[in-house]
Write a protein of this length. Sequence first.
Length: 184
Amino acid sequence: MSFRSEEERADQKKRAAFEDLFLQNWEKVYGVLFRLTGDRAEAEDLALETFLRLWQRPPAQDQTLAGWLYRVATNLGYNALRSAGRRWRHELDAGMEALAVDSGSPNPAKEVERNEDRQRVQQILSQMQERQAQLLILRHSGLSYQEIAETLNVAPTSVGALLVRAEKEFVRLYEEGGDHAPDG
C-alpha cells in the first residue's frame, strides 16, 4: 500500500511541475502562435498541442525548455499556416460575408482592411523558407536573440544577420504583391 501512495505522490509532483511550466510559458507560446496564425482559437489549439507534446515527449535534458517549446510551437504554427495558405481565399470570402451580415463593428471597412492585411502577411510568410518565417514571427513575438537562437538551433551571434535576410525577403515578396500560391 505504501508503494501505491509513493507512486501517487510522484505523479502529483510530476503534474504540479508540469502545471508550473505551463503557467510560466503559456502566454509566450500562445503569443507566438497568435502572431503566426492571426486566429485566437487556432493559436490556443496549437498552444495546447505544444504542451500536450511536452507532456507526452519532453525534450532531452541537454535542450532548453523554452527553445524546445518555441520550436515545437512554430513548427505546428507554420504547418497550420501552410494549410491555411491553401484555403485563405475561401476564408477571406467567408470573413467578408460575415462582416456584411454583422454590421455591429464600429468600422467594417477597417475590419476588412485589417483582415486583408493579416491574410496577406500570412500568405507571404507561407511562401518564405520556414526558418525565415519563424525568425520573423519569433522576433515579432518579442523573443530575444538568445531565445530565437535556442529555438532555431543557431548561434546567437547569427540571429541579427538571419533576421535582416528574412526581413529583406519578406519585403521583396510583399512588394511583388504576394499573390503567388504558397509552397508546400
